[in-house]
Design a protein around this ligand. Structure first.
Ligand code: GDP
Ligand code: MG
Length: 406
């Protein structure tokens, strides 16, 4: 009996992975991820269901198909977890009692458009983070854009066959931890780079710990596989000792061998990023209230403050008022990561903002205000809150001194 990976089947049948998982859930078939394999007879069932749906007939309840029963019977409670994981993807009707017509009553969150994944690359020094980012930038940023002035703005966007992928361009843990320390979580997926000739090193473990603490899904890229002394198997074994079990060893950790030098495996890595993003079901409201995070910022002698902001919700427009920390500003210009002037920027777009009066720090949250008056009010409120807190602390210290005094 042959087996097929879920995402390959989805691609061959021309449906998205979410739909495929929905069908599998309906059939009570368990899986770990979209790269899990399924059996031939399940494939037949899926084709049948899709054909029936395409024929316009009521989407058939799998139980009414005799062939479905063996699969149904083997649907144990143990699947609750995988199903829960996929629950955000599947409409509540995707159960055995499939309704003839899935009612459009899903929660509003499900109606929001998908957004591109934001990826951070972490790992031990010299394992190839910068080289990997450079390779992706060189090969995946459209040539005409890459030809422009490449200035470091802390993020870039790659175009893949599955859509945009946004990379945070300040590798290392610092960017990640400073941003996280301010309570913001900017990355959706963490790539842990491990050199195949060096395996797990202290900063690798740190990077893994950071990703786990942030509850960000990890993909391991085993880099430098072009080297003769590369030993990717050792890396996988070492990962297993950290309780991170690669898929091919029966676990659910995606491990992709790559070479930032030759480019081998980079396409696969991008594919896995897209698959992980699809499973995470990343959505945001371009029409919602604006929320963003400062990725990095610098002061240009002529232009002034140039801050790279990651748009998380809503849309930024030239002319908007923004509040960051205890400062505010009006957007004079927006520049995309390729140096092009743009008028607005939606979710998962890193954008350079010109117009802040003060230089914000990485990880600071950015909000918008309706007008200058409101922006001032928000800032005044924040300054007031801070003073109150300082005063309260001062009073506490004073009363403590009184108590301890002679
Ligand atoms: P980082 O400290 O993690 O950013 O690592 P770098 O990207 O600076 O790479 C460290 C060194 O490893 C450099 O000399 C790179 O040329 C080299 N390097 C990076 N990736 C590869 C690779 O895939 N194969 C080989 N042979 N060398 C690599
Ligand atoms: Mg580097």
């Amino acid at each position: 009996m042959s087996k097929v990976r879920i995402y390959n089947l989805a691609r061959d049948l021309g449906v998205d992975n979410g739909k495929m998982l929905e069908i599998l859930d309906g059939l009570g078939v368990s899986y770990k991820s979209v790269s899990s394999t399924i059996e031939d007879d399940t494939v037949d069932l899926i084709k049948q269901i899709l054909e029936e749906e395409a024929a316009g007939g009521p989407a058939q309840a799998p139980t009414s198909t005799p062939a479905a029963e063996p699969v149904q019977a083997s649907a144990p409670q143990a699947q609750a977890e995988t199903q829960a994981q996929a629950a955000s993807q599947s409409a509540p009707t995707a159960t055995v009692e499939r309704m003839p017509e899935p009612a459009p009553t899903a929660s509003p969150a499900r109606e929001l458009p998908h957004r591109a994944p934001v990826v951070t690359i972490m790992g031990h020094v010299d394992h190839g983070k910068t080289s990997l980012l450079d390779y992706i930038r060189k090969t995946k940023v459209a040539a005409k854009e890459a030809g422009g002035i490449t200035q470091h703005v802390g993020a870039f966007e790659a175009r893949t066959s599955k859509g945009r992928v946004v990379f945070i361009d300040t590798p290392g843990h610092e960017a990640f931890t400073t941003i996280r320390a301010r309570g913001a979580n900017v990355a959706d997926i963490a790539i842990i780079v491990i050199a195949a000739d060096d395996s797990l090193m202290p900063q690798t473990r740190e990077a893994i710990a950071h990703a786990q603490a942030a509850k960000v899904p990890m993909i391991v890229a085993i880099n430098k596989i072009d080297l003769p002394q590369a030993d990717p198997e050792r890396v996988k074994t070492d990962l297993t000792s950290l309780n991170l079990v690669p898929e091919e060893y029966g676990g659910d950790l995606i491990v992709v061998p790559v070479s930032a030098r030759t480019g081998e495996g980079v396409e696969d890595l991008l594919e896995y990023i897209s698959l992980t993003a699809e499973l995470e079901d990343l959505r945001a409201d371009p029409g919602g209230e604006f929320r963003g995070v400062v990725i990095e910022s610098r002061v240009d002698r002529q232009a002034g403050v140039l801050a790279t902001v990651m748009v998380q919700e809503g849309t930024l427009h030239v002319g908007d008022f923004l509040v960051v920390g205890e400062g505010y500003g009006k957007i004079k210009a927006l520049t995309d990561t390729n140096g092009g002037r743009i008028k607005d920027a939606g979710p998962s777009t890193p954008v350079q903002v010109l117009g802040f009066s003060e230089n914000p720090s990485s990880g600071e949250t950015v909000r918008s205000a309706k007008n200058e008056h409101q922006a001032r009010e928000v800032v005044a409120g924040r300054v007031g809150d801070r003073r109150d807190a300082e005063e309260a602390r001062g009073r506490r210290r004073l009363s403590l001194e009184e108590m301890m005094g002679p």
